[in-house]
Design a protein around this ligand. Structure first.
Ligand code: SF4
Length: 460
Protein backbone atom coordinates (compact mmCIF):
# COMPACT_ATOMS: atom_id res chain seq x y z
CA UNK A 1 0.00 0.00 0.00
CA UNK A 2 1.26 3.49 -0.76
CA UNK A 3 2.28 5.66 2.13
CA UNK A 4 -0.28 8.30 2.91
CA UNK A 5 1.12 11.78 3.39
CA UNK A 6 0.53 13.58 6.62
CA UNK A 7 -0.51 17.15 6.06
CA UNK A 8 2.55 19.24 5.21
CA UNK A 9 3.20 22.66 6.66
CA UNK A 10 0.80 25.30 5.29
CA UNK A 11 2.00 26.61 1.97
CA UNK A 12 2.98 30.22 1.42
CA UNK A 13 -0.12 31.81 -0.15
CA UNK A 14 2.08 34.39 -1.82
CA UNK A 15 3.60 31.66 -4.00
CA UNK A 16 0.42 30.34 -5.56
CA UNK A 17 -3.09 31.27 -4.47
CA UNK A 18 -5.58 28.52 -3.65
CA UNK A 19 -8.18 27.68 -6.26
CA UNK A 20 -10.81 29.39 -4.09
CA UNK A 21 -8.76 32.58 -4.05
CA UNK A 22 -8.19 32.42 -7.80
CA UNK A 23 -11.92 32.00 -8.36
CA UNK A 24 -12.66 34.99 -6.13
CA UNK A 25 -10.16 37.10 -8.06
CA UNK A 26 -11.66 36.05 -11.39
CA UNK A 27 -15.18 36.77 -10.10
CA UNK A 28 -14.19 40.24 -8.91
CA UNK A 29 -12.66 41.05 -12.29
CA UNK A 30 -9.11 41.32 -10.90
CA UNK A 31 -7.90 37.87 -11.96
CA UNK A 32 -6.34 37.20 -15.36
CA UNK A 33 -7.47 33.56 -15.77
CA UNK A 34 -10.95 32.39 -16.68
CA UNK A 35 -13.14 29.89 -14.83
CA UNK A 36 -15.54 27.37 -16.29
CA UNK A 37 -18.53 28.83 -14.45
CA UNK A 38 -19.31 32.12 -12.67
CA UNK A 39 -21.39 30.02 -10.25
CA UNK A 40 -18.18 28.71 -8.69
CA UNK A 41 -17.98 31.83 -6.54
CA UNK A 42 -21.19 30.80 -4.75
CA UNK A 43 -21.39 28.46 -1.74
CA UNK A 44 -22.37 24.84 -2.44
CA UNK A 45 -25.52 25.26 -0.33
CA UNK A 46 -26.90 27.40 -3.17
CA UNK A 47 -27.05 24.23 -5.27
CA UNK A 48 -27.92 21.70 -2.57
CA UNK A 49 -31.30 23.36 -2.20
CA UNK A 50 -31.95 23.83 -5.91
CA UNK A 51 -32.60 21.56 -8.88
CA UNK A 52 -30.77 18.26 -8.89
CA UNK A 53 -27.31 18.79 -10.36
CA UNK A 54 -23.67 18.22 -9.49
CA UNK A 55 -23.20 21.99 -9.18
CA UNK A 56 -20.68 24.20 -10.97
CA UNK A 57 -17.32 22.78 -12.08
CA UNK A 58 -16.18 20.04 -14.40
CA UNK A 59 -19.18 17.74 -13.87
CA UNK A 60 -21.90 20.35 -14.27
CA UNK A 61 -23.04 18.91 -17.60
CA UNK A 62 -23.36 15.34 -16.30
CA UNK A 63 -26.70 13.82 -15.39
CA UNK A 64 -27.12 13.12 -11.69
CA UNK A 65 -29.08 9.88 -11.13
CA UNK A 66 -32.44 9.93 -9.41
CA UNK A 67 -32.15 8.99 -5.77
CA UNK A 68 -28.59 10.29 -5.31
CA UNK A 69 -27.94 11.46 -1.73
CA UNK A 70 -29.00 15.06 -1.12
CA UNK A 71 -27.67 17.45 1.47
CA UNK A 72 -30.10 19.05 3.92
CA UNK A 73 -29.95 22.73 4.81
CA UNK A 74 -26.74 23.95 6.40
CA UNK A 75 -27.40 26.16 9.46
CA UNK A 76 -27.21 29.83 8.44
CA UNK A 77 -24.32 30.67 10.79
CA UNK A 78 -22.00 28.47 8.70
CA UNK A 79 -23.07 30.06 5.44
CA UNK A 80 -22.49 33.62 6.60
CA UNK A 81 -19.26 33.10 8.58
CA UNK A 82 -16.11 34.59 7.10
CA UNK A 83 -13.28 32.35 5.89
CA UNK A 84 -11.20 33.33 8.93
CA UNK A 85 -14.04 32.55 11.33
CA UNK A 86 -14.67 29.14 9.78
CA UNK A 87 -10.96 28.35 9.91
CA UNK A 88 -10.86 29.25 13.62
CA UNK A 89 -14.00 27.25 14.40
CA UNK A 90 -12.70 24.15 12.64
CA UNK A 91 -9.39 24.40 14.49
CA UNK A 92 -11.15 24.88 17.83
CA UNK A 93 -13.50 21.92 17.27
CA UNK A 94 -10.61 19.69 16.21
CA UNK A 95 -8.60 20.72 19.25
CA UNK A 96 -11.54 19.90 21.53
CA UNK A 97 -12.11 16.51 19.89
CA UNK A 98 -8.40 15.59 19.84
CA UNK A 99 -7.84 11.92 19.02
CA UNK A 100 -11.58 11.28 18.98
CA UNK A 101 -11.73 12.44 15.37
CA UNK A 102 -9.67 11.71 12.26
CA UNK A 103 -9.99 14.13 9.33
CA UNK A 104 -9.04 12.81 5.89
CA UNK A 105 -8.61 15.09 2.88
CA UNK A 106 -8.45 14.08 -0.77
CA UNK A 107 -5.82 15.70 -3.01
CA UNK A 108 -8.61 17.34 -5.04
CA UNK A 109 -10.15 19.18 -2.10
CA UNK A 110 -9.80 22.95 -1.82
CA UNK A 111 -6.80 24.14 0.23
CA UNK A 112 -9.11 25.72 2.81
CA UNK A 113 -10.34 22.21 3.65
CA UNK A 114 -7.12 20.25 3.19
CA UNK A 115 -5.47 22.62 5.70
CA UNK A 116 -7.40 20.76 8.44
CA UNK A 117 -6.75 17.19 7.30
CA UNK A 118 -4.70 14.79 9.41
CA UNK A 119 -3.90 12.88 6.23
CA UNK A 120 -4.10 13.89 2.61
CA UNK A 121 -3.91 11.47 -0.30
CA UNK A 122 -5.72 9.76 -3.14
CA UNK A 123 -8.68 7.44 -2.60
CA UNK A 124 -6.48 4.38 -2.14
CA UNK A 125 -4.14 6.04 0.33
CA UNK A 126 -7.03 7.48 2.31
CA UNK A 127 -8.69 4.06 2.45
CA UNK A 128 -5.52 2.89 4.22
CA UNK A 129 -5.52 5.97 6.46
CA UNK A 130 -9.09 5.20 7.51
CA UNK A 131 -7.71 2.11 9.23
CA UNK A 132 -4.84 3.96 10.89
CA UNK A 133 -6.68 5.13 14.00
CA UNK A 134 -9.14 2.50 15.19
CA UNK A 135 -9.56 4.36 18.48
CA UNK A 136 -11.00 7.48 16.80
CA UNK A 137 -14.78 7.64 17.26
CA UNK A 138 -15.36 9.46 13.99
CA UNK A 139 -13.69 9.73 10.60
CA UNK A 140 -14.57 12.93 8.76
CA UNK A 141 -13.91 12.21 5.09
CA UNK A 142 -13.33 15.32 3.00
CA UNK A 143 -13.77 13.62 -0.34
CA UNK A 144 -16.72 12.12 -2.19
CA UNK A 145 -19.40 9.58 -1.37
CA UNK A 146 -17.77 6.37 -2.63
CA UNK A 147 -14.64 7.19 -0.61
CA UNK A 148 -16.67 7.58 2.59
CA UNK A 149 -18.33 4.25 1.84
CA UNK A 150 -14.92 2.61 1.40
CA UNK A 151 -13.73 4.12 4.68
CA UNK A 152 -16.81 2.68 6.36
CA UNK A 153 -16.00 -0.75 4.90
CA UNK A 154 -12.44 -0.61 6.22
CA UNK A 155 -12.94 1.10 9.60
CA UNK A 156 -14.20 -0.59 12.76
CA UNK A 157 -17.96 -1.04 13.33
CA UNK A 158 -17.75 1.39 16.26
CA UNK A 159 -16.42 4.23 14.10
CA UNK A 160 -18.76 6.69 12.38
CA UNK A 161 -17.70 7.84 8.93
CA UNK A 162 -18.95 11.33 8.13
CA UNK A 163 -19.16 13.03 4.73
CA UNK A 164 -19.42 16.79 5.39
CA UNK A 165 -21.74 17.31 2.39
CA UNK A 166 -23.83 14.29 1.36
CA UNK A 167 -24.27 15.73 -2.14
CA UNK A 168 -20.53 15.29 -2.77
CA UNK A 169 -20.88 12.29 -5.08
CA UNK A 170 -18.75 11.42 -8.09
CA UNK A 171 -20.28 11.81 -11.52
CA UNK A 172 -18.06 9.05 -12.92
CA UNK A 173 -19.05 6.60 -10.17
CA UNK A 174 -22.70 7.47 -10.81
CA UNK A 175 -22.37 6.46 -14.47
CA UNK A 176 -22.41 2.79 -13.46
CA UNK A 177 -25.40 1.92 -11.29
CA UNK A 178 -26.04 -1.53 -9.91
CA UNK A 179 -29.18 -2.12 -12.02
CA UNK A 180 -27.49 -1.32 -15.35
CA UNK A 181 -24.41 -3.39 -14.51
CA UNK A 182 -26.60 -6.31 -13.42
CA UNK A 183 -28.51 -6.14 -16.72
CA UNK A 184 -25.22 -6.15 -18.63
CA UNK A 185 -24.03 -9.11 -16.59
CA UNK A 186 -27.20 -11.07 -17.29
CA UNK A 187 -26.87 -10.43 -21.02
CA UNK A 188 -23.27 -11.69 -20.94
CA UNK A 189 -24.26 -14.71 -18.88
CA UNK A 190 -26.91 -15.54 -21.45
CA UNK A 191 -24.22 -15.51 -24.15
CA UNK A 192 -21.44 -17.29 -22.30
CA UNK A 193 -22.91 -19.06 -19.27
CA UNK A 194 -20.85 -19.34 -16.10
CA UNK A 195 -18.74 -22.46 -16.69
CA UNK A 196 -14.95 -22.02 -16.71
CA UNK A 197 -12.96 -23.13 -19.77
CA UNK A 198 -10.37 -25.93 -19.72
CA UNK A 199 -7.80 -23.53 -18.17
CA UNK A 200 -10.16 -22.68 -15.30
CA UNK A 201 -10.95 -19.16 -16.51
CA UNK A 202 -14.56 -18.01 -16.15
CA UNK A 203 -16.25 -16.46 -19.23
CA UNK A 204 -16.40 -12.94 -17.73
CA UNK A 205 -14.78 -11.48 -14.62
CA UNK A 206 -15.90 -8.11 -13.19
CA UNK A 207 -13.39 -5.42 -12.20
CA UNK A 208 -14.54 -2.15 -10.69
CA UNK A 209 -12.51 0.99 -10.25
CA UNK A 210 -12.35 2.26 -6.68
CA UNK A 211 -14.53 5.13 -7.93
CA UNK A 212 -17.75 3.16 -7.70
CA UNK A 213 -20.50 2.55 -5.19
CA UNK A 214 -20.16 -0.06 -2.45
CA UNK A 215 -22.97 -1.95 -4.22
CA UNK A 216 -20.74 -2.44 -7.27
CA UNK A 217 -17.78 -3.48 -5.16
CA UNK A 218 -20.11 -6.07 -3.58
CA UNK A 219 -21.24 -7.11 -7.08
CA UNK A 220 -17.60 -7.88 -7.90
CA UNK A 221 -16.98 -9.60 -4.58
CA UNK A 222 -19.91 -11.97 -5.18
CA UNK A 223 -18.73 -12.90 -8.68
CA UNK A 224 -15.05 -13.59 -8.10
CA UNK A 225 -14.14 -10.03 -9.11
CA UNK A 226 -11.92 -7.34 -7.71
CA UNK A 227 -11.46 -3.59 -7.18
CA UNK A 228 -8.64 -1.53 -8.73
CA UNK A 229 -7.26 1.97 -8.33
CA UNK A 230 -5.35 4.16 -10.74
CA UNK A 231 -2.18 3.08 -8.91
CA UNK A 232 -2.64 -0.66 -9.37
CA UNK A 233 -4.86 -1.10 -12.43
CA UNK A 234 -2.28 -3.14 -14.38
CA UNK A 235 -1.59 -5.50 -11.48
CA UNK A 236 -5.31 -6.00 -11.00
CA UNK A 237 -5.95 -6.57 -14.71
CA UNK A 238 -3.18 -9.17 -14.78
CA UNK A 239 -4.87 -10.87 -11.83
CA UNK A 240 -8.20 -10.76 -13.67
CA UNK A 241 -6.79 -12.05 -17.00
CA UNK A 242 -5.47 -15.12 -15.18
CA UNK A 243 -8.97 -15.88 -13.96
CA UNK A 244 -11.27 -14.68 -16.73
CA UNK A 245 -11.52 -15.05 -20.50
CA UNK A 246 -12.92 -11.52 -20.59
CA UNK A 247 -12.96 -8.67 -18.09
CA UNK A 248 -15.96 -6.41 -17.60
CA UNK A 249 -14.33 -3.14 -16.46
CA UNK A 250 -16.38 -0.30 -14.96
CA UNK A 251 -17.08 2.56 -14.63
CA UNK A 252 -14.11 4.38 -16.26
CA UNK A 253 -13.58 3.46 -19.90
CA UNK A 254 -10.38 5.54 -20.10
CA UNK A 255 -8.55 3.92 -17.19
CA UNK A 256 -9.55 0.51 -18.55
CA UNK A 257 -8.52 1.31 -22.12
CA UNK A 258 -5.22 3.03 -21.24
CA UNK A 259 -4.20 0.23 -18.89
CA UNK A 260 -5.19 -2.67 -21.13
CA UNK A 261 -3.57 -1.01 -24.13
CA UNK A 262 -0.30 -0.65 -22.20
CA UNK A 263 -0.54 -4.37 -21.47
CA UNK A 264 -0.78 -5.18 -25.17
CA UNK A 265 -4.52 -5.66 -25.59
CA UNK A 266 -5.48 -4.46 -29.10
CA UNK A 267 -8.17 -1.77 -29.26
CA UNK A 268 -10.44 -4.01 -31.35
CA UNK A 269 -10.58 -6.40 -28.38
CA UNK A 270 -11.89 -3.65 -26.09
CA UNK A 271 -15.52 -3.01 -27.07
CA UNK A 272 -17.44 -0.43 -25.08
CA UNK A 273 -20.71 -1.29 -23.34
CA UNK A 274 -23.47 1.31 -23.61
CA UNK A 275 -26.26 0.20 -21.24
CA UNK A 276 -28.88 1.98 -23.33
CA UNK A 277 -28.29 -0.30 -26.33
CA UNK A 278 -28.91 -4.04 -26.90
CA UNK A 279 -25.72 -5.99 -26.14
CA UNK A 280 -24.23 -2.65 -25.13
CA UNK A 281 -24.16 -1.59 -28.80
CA UNK A 282 -21.94 -4.53 -29.84
CA UNK A 283 -22.29 -7.54 -32.07
CA UNK A 284 -21.92 -11.05 -30.63
CA UNK A 285 -18.70 -11.42 -32.64
CA UNK A 286 -17.22 -8.30 -31.03
CA UNK A 287 -18.06 -9.59 -27.58
CA UNK A 288 -16.72 -13.08 -28.44
CA UNK A 289 -13.36 -11.55 -29.30
CA UNK A 290 -13.32 -9.15 -26.35
CA UNK A 291 -10.55 -9.23 -23.77
CA UNK A 292 -11.86 -6.19 -21.88
CA UNK A 293 -15.42 -4.92 -22.11
CA UNK A 294 -15.30 -1.24 -21.14
CA UNK A 295 -18.22 0.48 -19.42
CA UNK A 296 -19.00 3.81 -21.04
CA UNK A 297 -18.21 5.96 -17.95
CA UNK A 298 -15.68 8.78 -17.78
CA UNK A 299 -14.44 11.54 -15.49
CA UNK A 300 -15.49 15.00 -16.60
CA UNK A 301 -12.45 16.54 -14.91
CA UNK A 302 -9.96 14.45 -16.88
CA UNK A 303 -12.00 14.56 -20.07
CA UNK A 304 -11.17 18.26 -20.30
CA UNK A 305 -7.52 17.59 -21.23
CA UNK A 306 -6.65 17.57 -24.91
CA UNK A 307 -3.73 16.85 -27.24
CA UNK A 308 -3.94 20.46 -28.38
CA UNK A 309 -3.23 21.63 -24.81
CA UNK A 310 -0.15 19.40 -24.74
CA UNK A 311 1.09 20.85 -28.01
CA UNK A 312 0.57 24.38 -26.72
CA UNK A 313 2.43 23.57 -23.47
CA UNK A 314 5.37 22.21 -25.47
CA UNK A 315 5.38 25.24 -27.75
CA UNK A 316 5.35 27.75 -24.89
CA UNK A 317 7.63 25.78 -22.51
CA UNK A 318 10.32 23.88 -24.47
CA UNK A 319 11.55 20.94 -22.40
CA UNK A 320 8.33 20.74 -20.38
CA UNK A 321 7.52 17.35 -18.86
CA UNK A 322 3.88 16.48 -19.48
CA UNK A 323 2.29 14.06 -16.98
CA UNK A 324 -1.40 13.18 -17.14
CA UNK A 325 -3.74 11.01 -15.12
CA UNK A 326 -4.87 7.68 -16.68
CA UNK A 327 -8.51 8.83 -16.48
CA UNK A 328 -7.64 11.11 -19.44
CA UNK A 329 -8.71 9.98 -22.94
CA UNK A 330 -6.27 7.67 -24.74
CA UNK A 331 -4.96 10.21 -27.31
CA UNK A 332 -3.99 12.52 -24.43
CA UNK A 333 -2.22 9.72 -22.55
CA UNK A 334 -0.43 8.73 -25.76
CA UNK A 335 0.70 12.31 -26.41
CA UNK A 336 1.95 12.88 -22.84
CA UNK A 337 5.48 12.06 -21.70
CA UNK A 338 4.19 10.03 -18.77
CA UNK A 339 0.95 9.11 -17.12
CA UNK A 340 0.15 7.99 -13.61
CA UNK A 341 -1.99 8.26 -10.51
CA UNK A 342 -1.98 11.37 -8.32
CA UNK A 343 0.56 9.61 -6.12
CA UNK A 344 2.78 9.01 -9.17
CA UNK A 345 2.48 12.65 -10.24
CA UNK A 346 3.32 13.89 -6.74
CA UNK A 347 6.38 11.65 -6.44
CA UNK A 348 7.61 12.51 -9.95
CA UNK A 349 7.60 16.20 -9.05
CA UNK A 350 9.31 15.57 -5.70
CA UNK A 351 12.06 13.57 -7.40
CA UNK A 352 12.76 16.03 -10.23
CA UNK A 353 15.86 18.27 -10.25
CA UNK A 354 15.21 21.91 -9.31
CA UNK A 355 14.28 24.08 -12.26
CA UNK A 356 12.09 21.44 -13.93
CA UNK A 357 8.93 22.45 -15.75
CA UNK A 358 5.78 20.33 -15.53
CA UNK A 359 2.44 20.53 -17.33
CA UNK A 360 0.02 18.38 -15.36
CA UNK A 361 -3.25 16.85 -16.52
CA UNK A 362 -5.26 16.36 -13.36
CA UNK A 363 -7.57 18.26 -11.02
CA UNK A 364 -6.70 21.94 -10.55
CA UNK A 365 -6.60 21.95 -6.73
CA UNK A 366 -3.82 19.35 -6.68
CA UNK A 367 -1.86 21.10 -9.43
CA UNK A 368 -2.08 24.49 -7.70
CA UNK A 369 -0.99 22.94 -4.39
CA UNK A 370 1.97 21.17 -5.98
CA UNK A 371 2.99 24.46 -7.58
CA UNK A 372 2.85 26.18 -4.19
CA UNK A 373 4.79 23.40 -2.45
CA UNK A 374 7.50 23.29 -5.14
CA UNK A 375 8.62 26.83 -5.91
CA UNK A 376 11.86 25.33 -7.23
CA UNK A 377 9.90 24.08 -10.27
CA UNK A 378 7.52 25.60 -12.78
CA UNK A 379 4.26 23.64 -12.50
CA UNK A 380 1.04 24.45 -14.31
CA UNK A 381 -2.23 22.78 -15.22
CA UNK A 382 -2.59 21.72 -18.87
CA UNK A 383 -6.11 23.15 -18.88
CA UNK A 384 -5.83 26.95 -18.76
CA UNK A 385 -9.41 27.29 -17.46
CA UNK A 386 -9.92 27.10 -13.68
CA UNK A 387 -12.48 24.32 -13.34
CA UNK A 388 -12.42 22.15 -10.20
CA UNK A 389 -14.17 18.82 -9.75
CA UNK A 390 -17.80 19.85 -9.10
CA UNK A 391 -18.43 17.15 -6.57
CA UNK A 392 -15.21 17.51 -4.57
CA UNK A 393 -15.96 21.24 -4.52
CA UNK A 394 -19.15 20.50 -2.59
CA UNK A 395 -17.05 20.17 0.57
CA UNK A 396 -16.77 23.73 1.87
CA UNK A 397 -15.16 24.72 5.19
CA UNK A 398 -18.69 25.66 6.36
CA UNK A 399 -19.76 22.00 6.17
CA UNK A 400 -16.56 20.87 7.85
CA UNK A 401 -17.14 23.30 10.75
CA UNK A 402 -20.75 22.10 11.05
CA UNK A 403 -19.96 18.35 11.25
CA UNK A 404 -17.07 18.91 13.69
CA UNK A 405 -19.02 21.22 15.98
CA UNK A 406 -21.90 18.76 15.88
CA UNK A 407 -19.48 16.07 17.10
CA UNK A 408 -18.34 18.37 19.90
CA UNK A 409 -22.03 18.70 20.86
CA UNK A 410 -22.34 14.89 20.87
CA UNK A 411 -24.24 14.61 17.59
CA UNK A 412 -23.17 12.60 14.54
CA UNK A 413 -24.51 14.21 11.37
CA UNK A 414 -24.10 13.02 7.77
CA UNK A 415 -23.00 9.50 8.67
CA UNK A 416 -22.33 7.23 5.67
CA UNK A 417 -22.81 3.55 6.43
CA UNK A 418 -22.87 0.52 4.20
CA UNK A 419 -25.37 -2.25 5.02
CA UNK A 420 -23.96 -5.55 6.31
CA UNK A 421 -25.19 -7.49 3.24
CA UNK A 422 -23.30 -5.14 0.92
CA UNK A 423 -20.28 -4.66 3.16
CA UNK A 424 -19.23 -8.30 3.36
CA UNK A 425 -18.82 -9.01 -0.39
CA UNK A 426 -17.53 -5.46 -1.02
CA UNK A 427 -14.75 -6.06 1.52
CA UNK A 428 -13.93 -9.33 -0.22
CA UNK A 429 -13.35 -7.49 -3.52
CA UNK A 430 -11.19 -4.90 -1.73
CA UNK A 431 -9.18 -7.59 0.04
CA UNK A 432 -8.49 -9.32 -3.28
CA UNK A 433 -7.11 -6.00 -4.51
CA UNK A 434 -4.89 -5.55 -1.47
CA UNK A 435 -3.58 -9.09 -1.87
CA UNK A 436 -2.87 -8.49 -5.58
CA UNK A 437 -0.04 -6.11 -4.52
CA UNK A 438 0.24 -2.92 -6.59
CA UNK A 439 3.52 -2.23 -8.40
CA UNK A 440 6.09 -0.16 -6.55
CA UNK A 441 6.38 2.79 -8.93
CA UNK A 442 2.68 3.23 -9.80
CA UNK A 443 3.35 4.97 -13.11
CA UNK A 444 3.88 4.25 -16.77
CA UNK A 445 5.15 5.90 -19.90
CA UNK A 446 3.29 7.06 -22.92
CA UNK A 447 5.52 4.80 -24.98
CA UNK A 448 4.24 1.80 -23.05
CA UNK A 449 0.68 3.03 -23.43
CA UNK A 450 1.15 3.24 -27.17
CA UNK A 451 2.45 -0.33 -27.39
CA UNK A 452 0.04 -2.98 -28.55
CA UNK A 453 2.13 -6.03 -27.82
CA UNK A 454 4.05 -6.63 -24.61
CA UNK A 455 4.04 -4.45 -21.53
CA UNK A 456 7.33 -2.85 -20.63
CA UNK A 457 6.34 -0.72 -17.67
CA UNK A 458 3.76 -0.68 -14.96
CA UNK A 459 0.54 1.17 -15.49
CA UNK A 460 -0.86 4.05 -13.51
S1 SF4 B 1 -12.25 13.99 -10.29
FE1 SF4 B 1 -13.60 12.72 -11.57
S2 SF4 B 1 -13.44 10.67 -10.71
FE2 SF4 B 1 -12.63 12.11 -9.15
S3 SF4 B 1 -14.39 12.59 -7.83
FE3 SF4 B 1 -14.32 14.16 -9.44
S4 SF4 B 1 -15.71 13.34 -11.04
FE4 SF4 B 1 -15.20 11.65 -9.69
Amino acid sequence: MSTTATNPAPTNPALTASVDRVIQLISSGSGSAESCSPELAKGPWEFDAGPVSYGPGSSMGDVIPTGSPRQGALPAEYKTASDAELDARVRAAKATLGDRVLVLGHFYQRDEVVAHADYIGDSFQLAGAARSRPAAEAIVFCGVHFMAETADLLSTPEQAVILPNLAAGCSMADMADIDSVTECWEALEELYGTEPDETGRVPVLPVTYMNSSAALKAFCGERGGIVCTSSNAETVLEWAFERGQRVLFFPDQHLGRNTAKAMGVPLERMPMWNPRKPLGGNTEEELDAARVILWHGFCSVHKRFTVDQIEQARASHPGVRVIVHPECPMPVVDAADEYGSTDYITKAIQAAPAGSTFAIGTEINLVQRLAAQHPEHTIFCLDPVVCPCSTMYRIHPGYLAWVLESLVAGEVVNQVSVSVEVAEPARLALERMLAAKPPANGGGTAAAAAATTTTTTTAA
